[in-house]
Design a protein around this ligand. Structure first.
Ligand code: ATP
Ligand code: MG
Length: 414
């Protein structure tokens, strides 16, 4: 029988994995400087955690969740995103009792039952950050700057930061009414989903991906024209902070994001090099969510970046060499192979990648393999070398060769 991975779900293999690791290690270095510490949150959670936070009328909850009953009949969902689990974790462990802010990051797979296509998978990876406890726009600016530094740190410069404010409980009802008025006369032309959204959550109409709905909503009222004075001040101060640090951004009053929990700041980072799926990262403020999860009133903000789309962009111009062995030890005969096995340990102890001959193959095929795996050096130990305590060495990159005492071989490698 022939098996393959499920549709929309892919294996990540070398050499790509080196690009993934570079993104992850750069993120770790940068997050540390801003005081973001790692949390490891579960991959499965109780389904209601997502329904209540992301929102019943969102695409994720309506169409995309991997939800199933466990053996005891509880409804379980494979996480489609990390913010809801992070908030659940924050509240469950009373982390609000610790000094504020509490800043966290996580990374790992997310699951959404979407139509697989370029840049869109059913299992995909995110690195996400969440900062709890600060309502001031300086925190919004900090995480946006941190995200920018991360993207620059991995070599992604041509990205666009799109910024919006989607208001708060105070100003949203007014905006909601403005939208209802605007959509009322043309409601029957919208898709059935949007007609339902009109009743339940008209803001969601602004996020509909159906071509006709996109046309119909041209000229709809803009949320930024309906912000209350506090939201307006918050947004202006964020923009001022970004300008102070000379961080480029674009205002996009149509950006509403696909999740209901956002308040005030919402942002998305896009790249023109990705085609249709051009968002590489997205985030926003969610000042009500901790309370909704039963915690004390706690403002918070976060973002998540999509690893596959980032790696796709990096691959286009990847010039760094992928890791390869420093030394391949070719041996002839059992005694030499045992000696090679020992020497390999000495070289590894100095921090180098060594591949030994595991026995059997001819010298010619061993050297061919050394070349194929991209080893920098081949050390050759035959009967004569064994007796004399020496190795023959070849530098396969420079086409040089020579002979060295076994005790001196480490000096060859620096
Ligand atoms: P999109 O508009 O592309 O569907 P989204 O708004 O659903 O994105 P978020 O929930 O904000 O995405 O997730 C943050 C990031 O995760 C996205 O910007 C994207 O890079 C990545 N992402 C989201 N869904 C997928 C997916 N199905 N496959 C690969 N990456 C994804
Ligand atoms: Mg989506």
């Amino acid at each position: 029988m022939k098996y393959s991975a499920l549709k929309g779900i892919q294996d990540i293999l070398p050499p790509d994995i080196h690009i993934w690791q570079k993104v992850e290690s750069t993120a770790l270095t940068i997050f540390r400087k801003y005081g973001f510490q790692e949390i490891r949150i579960p991959i499965i959670e109780s389904t209601d955690i997502f329904i209540r936070s992301i929102g019943e009328t969102t695409d994720i909850v309506e169409k995309e969740m991997y939800t199933f009953p466990d053996k005891a009949g509880r409804s379980i969902t494979m996480r489609p995103e990390g913010t809801a689990p992070a908030v659940r974790c924050y509240v469950e462990h009373h982390l609000y009792n610790l000094p504020s802010p509490q800043k966290f990051f996580y990374s790992g797979p997310m699951f959404r039952y979407e139509r697989p296509q370029k840049g869109r998978f059913r299992q995909f990876y995110q690195i996400g950050v969440e900062a709890f406890g600060i309502s001031q726009p300086s925190m919004d600016a900090e995480i946006i700057v941190m995200l920018r530094n991360l993207l620059e740190g991995i070599g992604l410069k041509e990205v666009n930061f799109e910024l919006n404010s989607i208001g708060c409980d105070k100003c949203r009802p007014d905006y909601r009414n403005a939208l209802l008025n605007f959509f009322k006369s043309r409601l029957s032309d919208f898709c059935p989903d949007c007609q339902r959204r009109y009743e339940l959550n008209p803001l969601r109409i602004l996020d509909c991906k159906v071509e006709r709905c996109i046309e119909l909503r041209q000229g709809a009222p803009l949320v930024t024209d309906h912000l209350c004075s506090e939201c307006r001040e918050h947004f202006d101060e964020l923009i001022f902070r970004l300008q102070t640090l000379k961080i480029p951004y674009t205002l996009n009053p149509n950006l509403v994001r696909g999740l209901d929990y956002y308040t005030r700041t919402a942002f998305e980072v896009t790249s023109e090099h990705l085609g249709a799926q051009k968002a590489v990262a997205a985030g926003g403020r969610y000042d009500k969510l901790v309370e909704e999860f039963g915690g004390p009133q706690t403002p918070a903000i976060g973002f998540a970046l999509g690893m596959e789309r980032i790696v796709t962009l990096l691959k286009e111009n990847w010039t760094e060499e992928h890791p390869a062995p420093k030394v391949f030890i070719a041996t002839i005969g059992r005694e030499a192979e045992i000696e090679g096995f020992r020497i390999a340990e000495d070289i590894r102890a100095k921090g180098f990648w060594v591949e030994p001959n595991y026995g059997g193959a001819s010298l010619k095929s061993q050297l061919r393999k050394a070349d194929r795996i991209g080893a920098e050096f081949a050390f050759i130990i035959g009967e004569n070398e064994l007796k004399a305590g020496k190795v023959q060495w070849k530098n396969l990159k420079k086409s040089e060769q020579g002979e060295a005492e076994i005790k001196d071989i480490l000096t060859l490698l620096t």
